[in-house]
Design a protein around this ligand. Structure first.
Ligand SMILES: CC(=O)SCCNC(=O)CCNC(=O)[C@H](O)C(C)(C)COP(=O)(O)OP(=O)(O)OC[C@H]1O[C@@H](n2cnc3c(N)ncnc32)[C@H](O)[C@@H]1OP(=O)(O)O
Ligand SMILES: O=CC(=O)O
Ligand SMILES: [Mg+2]
Length: 527
C-alpha cells in the first residue's frame, strides 16, 4: 500500500497494511532526522575503521591510547543504574520473532535481549515485523494461538533490552535524500520513537545493547544519537541505558573510554565472545604469527580470551557499571541424551567461571538453560542482585596479554570440514530469512559463522594453516570439501532452495584474495 512519506524519504520495501502504523509519517520523520544529523559522522567512523585495518594489515599492534590516559586514570563512575537493570543474573537472547519474544519474556530470566542483529536475518519483513512484535509485546497485546498452542504473556516478564544493528549495516529499503539509511538508526529510531514513553509509563525504560563497536568515538556517536532522540521526543536526558558489547579486539583497548562516552546512558559492558574471536582473526589476518587452532579449541580459557574477560569485569566494577558475561553456544538436545548432558555441564562451567570472576550475569541462548545458568550465579551472588562492589584490583592486563593469541594447534580435517559445513548451513538459513539455527547441537548465528568462514580464509593463506596430518590447507582442498559438505547440508536441510547459493557465496568468500569485511554485507544484497 502507499503511505504518506516525509520529503526526501523513499521506501523500497513492500509496505503491507499492518506496517503502516510502525512506518507512520511521524516515525519516518524522526528516523530521517537521525539519519540527516548523523550520517556523515557514521561515514567518517566507518572510513576510520578501514584506515585502521590498513595499518593493522601493515603490522601495527593495538595499544591503550595515549590521548585518553586521563580517562583511564580518572576517578569517575557511570550514572546510577536504574532499578530495572540492577538484577541481570541471566539474560536470554533471541531474534525478534513473535513466538520467541513471548517465550523469552516468559522465561525465568531476569532480562531478555531482543535481537535485530547477530541472531536475526535483516530482511525488510523481519525488521518491520520485529518492530511490530516488540510494539505489541510492550503493550501486552501480543498473544496468539498456533497449532492448538496458545502464547500469552505471563504477569511477570523479563526486563526488555533491544539490540539494533551495528554501524556497518545499512537499511537499504529506506532511502533518505537518495542515500541508504543506517540499519542501526532505523532499528533504534523506530523502537525508541514508538515505545520509549510507553515503557516509562509501565515502569520500565528504553534499554539497549550496542554491538560491534571499534572505538570510543563510535560510542560517542551513539551517545549523541541518544541525546538528540531524547530531546526530540521530550524525554529526560539519561533515560536511555545502553550496554556495549565489547566484541572487537580494538574496543578491548578502550573499555574505560567507551563507558566514559556513554556515561549517563551507560548500563555497562558485555563480553561478546564470538564476534571478539572473529575480530581477532580479521584484524590480524595478515600477521604471519597469528593463526588460531580449530574453532572448538578457542574457548574462554584461551589466554587472550581470559585476559579480555577479566579486564572487562575489572573495568566495569571500577566504574560502578554492570559486567555482563556472554553466551556459551551449547543448547539442549531433545534427541541426544549425552549431548544434552554435555550442554548442561558446559553451561554450568561457563557460568560458574563468569560468576566467580565477578560478572553480574550472563547470556543464554534457550529458555531451557535459564535455570541452570541462574543456579550458578545464585551460588555466588546469594540473594544479592549483582556484585558491582566486587573489585578486581588483583587483575593486571597488558596489551601483550590481550594479544596472546593461543592455542595455535591443532588444526584438523574435522575442524576444517566443520567450519565449511557450518558456514554453508548458516548462510543457507540466513538467505531463507532465519538468522539463528541449531547445527550439530550448537547455536549458530552471524558471529559464530563469521569465525568459521574467516578461519577457512586464513588457514588457506597462513603458513601455519596446516592440518595435523601434515596437509597444507589450500583453496583447492577447500573447494573439494565445499562440494562434499554442500551435499551433507542439502540432505540435512532437505533441499532448502538457498543451499546452492550459500555454497557459492561461502566458497567465494573463503577463497578470494581480499577479505570480506562482514559476511552479512554480500548476503544482504541478496535480499
Ligand atoms: C553471538 C551472539 O550474538 S549470541 C546472541 C544471539 N543468539 C541468540 O540469541 C540465540 C537464540 N536462540 C535460538 O534462536 C534458538 O534457541 C536456537 C536456534 C539456537 C535453537 O532453536 P530450536 O532448535 O528451535 O530450539 P527448540 O526446538 O529446542 O525450542 C523449544 C522452544 O523454545 C523456544 N526457544 C528456543 N530458543 C529461544 C529463545 N532464545 N528465546 C525464546 N524462545 C526460544 C522455541 O521457540 C520453542 O518454543 P515452542 O516450544 O513454544 O515451539
Ligand atoms: O554478540 C555476541 C557475540 O558473542 O558476538
Ligand atoms: Mg556479536
Amino acid at each position: 500500500m502507499s503511505i504518506p512519506l516525509p520529503a526526501g524519504v523513499q521506501i523500497n520495501g513492500t509496505v503491507r497494511a499492518e506496517y503502516a502504523a510502525i512506518l507512520s509519517f511521524e516515525a519516518l520523520s524522526f528516523i530521517a532526522d537521525l539519519h540527516r544529523t548523523f550520517a556523515s559522522r557514521r561515514r567518517e567512523l566507518l572510513a576510520a575503521r578501514v584506515a585502521r585495518a590498513a595499518r593493522l594489515d601493515a603490522g601495527e599492534r593495538p595499544d591503550f591510547l595515549a590521548e585518553t590516559a586521563s580517562v583511564r586514570e580518572g576517578n569517575w563512575r557511570v550514572a546510577a543504574i536504574p532499578a530495572a537493570l540492577q538484577c541481570r543474573r541471566v539474560e536470554i537472547t533471541g531474534p525478534v520473532e513473535r513466538k520467541m519474544i513471548i517465550n523469552a519474556l516468559n522465561s525465568a530470566a531476569d532480562a531478555y535481549m531482543s535481537d535485530f542483529e547477530d541472531s536475526n536475518a535483516p530482511s525488510w519483513d523481519n525488521q518491520v515485523q520485529g518492530q511490530i512484535n516488540l510494539f505489541d509485546a510492550i503493550r501486552r497485546q501480543v498473544d496468539f494461538e498456533t497449532n492448538g498452542k496458545s502464547y500469552k504473556l505471563n504477569d511477570k516478564t523479563a526486563t526488555l533490552l533491544v539490540r539494533p544493528r551495528g554501524w556497518h549495516l545499512d537499511e537499504k529499503h529506506v532511502l533518505v535524500d537518495g542515500e541508504r539509511m543506517s540499519g542501526g538508526l532505523f532499528d533504534f529510531g523506530l523502537y525508541f520513537f514508538h515505545n520509549a514513553k510507553e515503557l516509562l509509563a509501565r515502569g520500565a525504560g528504553p534499554y539497549f545493547y550496542l554491538p560491534k563497536m571499534e572505538s570510543h568515538l563510535e560510542a560517542r556517536l551513539w551517545n549523541d544519537v541518544f541525546v538528540r532522540a531524547q530531546d526530540n521526543l521530550g524525554i529526560p536526558q539519561g533515560t536511555i541505558k545502553a550496554t556495549v558489547l565489547i566484541e572487537t579486539i580494538v574496543a578491548a583497548f578502550e573499555m574505560d573510554e567507551i563507558l566514559y562516552e556513554l556515561c549517563e546512558h551507560s548500563a555497562g559492558l558485555n563480553a561478546g565472545r564470538w564476534d571478539y574471536i572473529f575480530s581477532c582473526i580479521k584484524k590480524f589476518k595478515n600477521d604471519k604469527d597469528f593463526c588460531l587452532a580449530d574453532r572448538s579449541q578457542v574457548t574462554m580459557t584461551a589466554p587472550f580470551m581470559r585476559a579480555y574477560a577479566l579486564l572487562l569485569v575489572k573495568t566495569c566494577h571500577k566504574r560502578g557499571a554492570p559486567a555482563m558475561g556472554g553466551m556459551s553456544a551449547l543448547i539442549p538436545s531433545k534427541t541426544d541424551v549425552e549431548a544434552n548432558e554435555r550442554a548442561f555441564t558446559g553451561i554450568r562451567n561457563d557460568k560458574t567461571r563468569d560468576a566467580r570472576d565477578g560478572y553480574d550475569g550472563g547470556w543464554v541462548a534457550h529458555p531451557g538453560l535459564v535455570d541452570v545458568a541462574m543456579a550458578e550465579f545464585v551460588k555466588v551472588l546469594g540473594d544479592k542482585p549483582n556484585q558491582f562492589e566486587k573489585q578486581r584490583d588483583d587483575v593486571t592486563v597488558t596489551a601483550d596479554d590481550l594479544l596472546n593469541f593461543k592455542p595455535e594447534a591443532p588444526i584438523t580435517e574435522n575442524g576444517l570440514r566443520n567450519n565449511i559445513n557450518v558456514g554453508i548451513h548458516y548462510l543457507a538459513a540466513w538467505l531463507a530469512g532465519n538468522g539463528c539455527v541449531p547445527i550439530h547441537n550448537l547455536m549458530e548465528d552471524a558471529a559464530t559463522a563469521e569465525i568459521s568462514r574467516s578461519q577457512v580464509w586464513q588457514w588457506i593463506r597462513s603458513d601455519k594453516g596446516v592440518l595435523d596430518d601434515g596437509r597444507k590447507v589450500t583453496a583447492d582442498l577447500v573447494r573439494s570439501m565445499v562440494t562434499e559438505e554442500t551435499a551433507k547440508v542439502e540432505s540435512a536441510l532437505k533441499g532448502l532452495s538457498t543451499v546452492a547459493k550459500a555454497a557459492q557465496i561461502f566458497e567465494d568468500m573463503s577463497t578470494r584474495d581480499d577479505f570480506v569485511e562482514f559476511l552479512t554485507l554480500p548476503l544482504y544484497e541478496e535480499f
